[in-house]
Design a protein around this ligand. Structure first.
Ligand SMILES: *[C@@H]1O[C@H](CO)[C@@H](O)[C@H](O)[C@H]1NC(C)=O
Ligand SMILES: *[C@@H]1O[C@H](CO)[C@@H](O)[C@H](O)[C@H]1NC(C)=O
Ligand SMILES: *[C@@H]1O[C@H](CO)[C@@H](O)[C@H](O)[C@H]1NC(C)=O
Length: 370
């Protein structure tokens, strides 16, 4: 009896200890700032005139707060990285931000259809290009300066400890280069020249981010767009044909760009004092996911869980459309975007993987401590 009571007391003590530590646990970094496109947008497009919007069900069907504007059934890769970094609650979209102390926890500037090039994604309507996203970060930094009462040393010290996430370039291929009926870029430039142009602009945009105070920056590579349901449906148009073949022309063009990103990361680390850039190889991760789909629990890798037409990839998931039941078995949520189940794997690789193929020259966990 006595020992039961003391066991109970130990359990009680342990439980209250757990509660206290979780209430007190602080994130590993003071702030997390996110730049990108629909892969990580969490509602910045909700108020814009655009087709690139996802604030309707069944988008968000597995997200606690419902359809927030995220282009997935649940959390994005950036949401999951924020949780791995120890943040409670989600990093809010810039569009909803108020000029208050809470912006120091981080902001998400990402915008569906946005690209490195200014004109990218115009076919879908309004959005924030990367140049505009960095300008918006500049506005946030002005508010931070006031919070730090104009003390530049304090501001710089704070920003140098924050993690920055930049996932850009998908739309420059999807909604620009490989959309030749609306954009001239593929007539004007070879894939090599186009990649070089993107990298030059990206370098300028990221240098501006550095000049505003960013020091620890994770650059997310472009995934295998040649294998998303939208491209599979466009590429394999013959009904009788095997529709799982990726468009390697697109994948090859992206591989050139991604290779340039690695060089850009090396150059930044050598040339920008105090900077720590890393490259996160989602192209390779997505290959691994497809190759080892079964071991990750995926059964469907060539169709969206929600969508219309061939591969559920010809038209995106429509309002109130019935999605598939077993969403953890699908790699893709819709024609373009991964399911939460896939996003969890991408995020964990970026955060934990010690393979230089996945994260170079270090992972996000190491970047925190660097
Ligand atoms: C700015 O903050 C630093 C660190 O807290 C402090 O040492 C310094 O005196 C401050 N500078 C001004 C001008 O207040
Ligand atoms: C379709 O192609 C894939 C990849 O080449 C192959 O693994 C699969 O067996 C093929 N399916 C059919 C039905 O031919
Ligand atoms: C998903 O569930 C549906 C209906 O419950 C079923 O028909 C389908 O075969 C399942 N697919 C997978 C990949 O498990």
């Amino acid at each position: 009896m006595g020992s039961n009571i003391s066991n109970l007391m130990i359990l009680f003590f342990a439980m209250s200890f757990l509660r206290v530590t979780s209430a007190w646990s602080v994130p590993q970094v003071p702030g997390f700032f996110i730049f990108g496109d629909s892969l990580v947008d969490n509602g910045n497009n909700n108020g814009l005139l655009t087709l690139a919007r996802a604030n309707y069900l069944p988008y968000g069907i597995d997200f606690p707060e419902g359809s927030s504007g995220r282009f997935s059934n649940g959390r994005t890769m950036a949401d999951i990285i924020a949780q791995l970094l120890g943040f409670r609650g989600y990093i809010p979209p810039y569009a909803d931000a108020r000029a208050s102390l809470s912006i120091l926890r981080g902001l998400n500037f990402a915008s569906g259809a946005g690209g490195i090039r200014e004109e990218t994604g115009d076919n879908l309507g309004q959005h924030y290009s990367l140049t505009e996203q960095v300008e918006n970060f500049g506005n946030a930094v002005r508010v931070m300066r006031r919070i730090f009462r104009g003390n530049s040393t304090k501001l710089a010290d704070y920003l140098s400890k924050c993690i920055f996430f930049s996932g850009m370039g998908s739309n420059d291929y999807l909604n620009n280069y490989f959309m030749p009926n609306l954009y001239s870029s593929s007539y004007d430039y070879s894939t090599k020249t186009f990649a070089a142009i993107l990298l030059e602009e990206y370098t300028r945009q990221l240098t501006n981010l550095y000049d505003l105070g960013a020091r620890k920056v994770a650059i997310i590579g472009v995934g295998q767009i040649g294998c998303i349901p939208y491209e599979l449906a466009r590429y394999n148009t013959d009904e009788s044909e095997n529709r799982t073949h990726c468009n390697e022309k697109i994948n090859k063009a992206i591989a050139i760009f991604n290779k340039g990103l690695v060089k850009m990361v090396d150059r930044f680390n050598a040339q920008l004092p105090g900077s720590k850039f890393i490259y996160v190889n989602t192209f390779e991760s997505s290959k691994d996911l497809v190759k080892n789909a079964a071991s990750y629990g995926f059964e469907v890798i060539d169709k969206g869980c929600c969508g219309v037409g061939r591969n559920n990839g010809q038209i995106t998931c429509l309002p109130l459309q019935q999605p598939c039941d077993n969403r953890t078995k699908y790699l893709f949520w819709d024609a373009f975007h991964p399911t939460e189940a896939a996003n969890i794997i991408y995020a964990k690789k970026a955060y934990y993987s010690t393979s230089h193929t996945d994260a170079y020259p270090m992972n996000i966990r190491q970047l925190v401590m660097a």
